[in-house]
Design a protein around this ligand. Structure first.
Ligand SMILES: Cc1cc2nc3c(=O)[nH]c(=O)nc-3n(C[C@H](O)[C@H](O)[C@H](O)COP(=O)(O)OP(=O)(O)OC[C@H]3O[C@@H](n4cnc5c(N)ncnc54)[C@H](O)[C@@H]3O)c2cc1C
Length: 417
């Protein structure tokens, strides 16, 4: 089958790889000069099925008010006259009930756990390297109240069979010894030993090379302008380099998916939620994190990626604005210098921003559309790196006419019907 994939972020590239391995003839289009140069470029590096949960949860509206008032705030909302933002925000609020949270989390964990297993298998089969580590992740609590508040999360982890360890200060130091220098700043942590870390950009670049070796054609520097359809389905994808045709089309354009789908009559509830990261060279490996330390107070993740530290966080609603903001950088610098003061130097850090393609319920949108030859692999929000390998496998199965290995209930566009 000829398949055209729109977008070569971590999602489009992973779908391309699995399709090629299944024997399909695959072409990938992207406006950038290489894979993973947009949101997949410098994320926080967590492959974290254990933390797979929607942002929309009970109590979040109240917490959001508190976050908006903090100096180093994890949430920023730029009031705009953007109907898409308000629609998305209201839909997200509607998902903040206990019942919706449980339903959405169940769907996300199902895909994320499967995805971690697929990633491990991919690593074993290909030997792909991407500064990966399998040392779990640690959610760090600065206050007793935060530590005591984990009961609900633990209930959910138990319900989904996710292994966890609730640690006191000394327990945290066994896994993250560099924190000994700042031991008075935290009281304990929740560790998820099954989680992994790694550089999403390096992974995507390496996987694109493997995909090319398996026959995938990447066409970079190609801006997609529109998708043409007739009554039966998609007839062509128009680009600055002319039209492209295939038997199946997969939209993996991250936050930019809704614009191209709207003229086809497909309304996608995906909105860009801006995040920021800094990447700094490690100056003293013994004083740097071993894996990911997620600072619960500021909602900032600090991850070791080879000889670098990646610090990522902030959720900002401000449309497609990609400007860098020094106040957000201050927050990231504050967290890493507070927890790992001798780990690396923030002066030489690379500052980056990306747009998480977020659905209001946190779950991505995978699979078919009302147009028979058009499929979606988008809306991965905060967890696109975590869910990439599973997404690739599922999409290849759907296109190849096989049943995916996981239940696809609630993972498709139909849930918004
Ligand atoms: C600060 C931050 C931290 C994060 N941390 C984590 C984490 O720790 N773990 C995790 O699992 N996830 C994390 N994420 C989320 C993760 O990075 C995303 O979910 C993921 O990168 C989305 O991948 P994608 O392939 O869907 O989108 P993208 O990577 O954005 O890919 C879409 C591609 O489409 C192309 N494109 C768009 N429009 C056009 C067009 N018109 N023509 C041609 N090409 C086009 C773009 O060039 C791009 O290459 C984080 C995100 C941010 C911002």
């Amino acid at each position: 089958m000829q398949v055209l994939i729109l977008g070569s972020g971590v999602i489009g590239t992973t779908v391309a790889y699995y399709l090629a391995k299944a024997g399909h003839e695959v072409t990938v289009l992207d406006r950038q000069r290489a894979p993973a140069l947009e949101t997949s470029y410098a994320n926080a590096g967590e492959v974290s099925p254990g933390y797979s949960a929607p942002w929309a949860g009970p109590g979040v509206p109240l917490k959001a008010i508190k976050w908006l008032l903090m100096r180093h705030r994890p949430l920023v909302v730029k009031p705009m006259l953007d109907p898409a933002m308000w629609r998305w925000g209201i839909a997200m609020l509607c998902n903040c009930t206990h019942a919706r949270y449980e339903l959405n989390k169940g769907r996300m964990v199902r895909l994320a756990e499967y995805s971690r297993d697929c990633l491990q298998q991919l690593r074993a089969e290909t030997g792909i390297r991407y500064d990966e580590r399998s040392l779990g992740t640690l959610q760090l609590f600065r206050t007793q109240k935060q530590l005591d508040g984990t009961a609900k999360d633990i209930e959910i982890l138990k319900a989904y069979g996710v292994p966890y360890q609730l640690l006191d200060r000394e327990g945290c130091l066994q896994h993250e010894p560099a924190l000994a220098a700042v031991r008075e700043k935290f009281v304990g942590g929740l560790r998820l030993p099954g989680d992994e870390t790694g550089d999403c950009f390096k992974f995507t670049q390496a996987l694109a090379r493997l995909a090319e070796a398996a026959g995938v054609r990447f066409r970079f520097g190609v801006g997609i302008t529109d998708i043409a359809r007739d009554a039966a389905g998609v007839t062509a994808v128009h680009t600055e380099a002319g039209p492209f045709h295939a038997e199946r089309y997969v939209v993996a354009l991250g936050s930019y998916s809704p614009q191209l789908l709207k003229p086809l009559g497909i309304r996608l509830p995906v909105y860009p939620v801006k995040g920021f990261s800094i990447t700094l060279p490690i100056s003293d490996p013994a004083m740097a994190p071993e894996s990911t330390v997620m600072d619960e107070t500021f909602k900032v993740a600090v991850t070791r990626l080879g000889d670098r530290i990646r610090v990522g966080g902030t959720a900002q609603l401000s449309g497609y604005d990609l400007r860098l903001n020094d106040r957000r950088r201050d927050t990231l610098e504050h967290v890493v210098t507070d927890l790992f003061p001798q780990g690396g130097s923030v002066e030489g850090a690379e500052f980056w921003t990306g747009l998480r393609p977020m659905t209001p319920d946190g779950t991505p949108i995978l699979g078919g559309t009302p147009l028979s030859n058009l499929l979606l692999a988008t809306g991965h929000g905060t967890l696109g790196w975590t869910m990439a390998a599973g997404t690739g496998r599922v999409m290849a199965d759907l296109i190849g006419g096989r049943s995916p290995e996981i239940d696809m209930e609630g993972l498709g566009l139909a849930r918004y019907a």
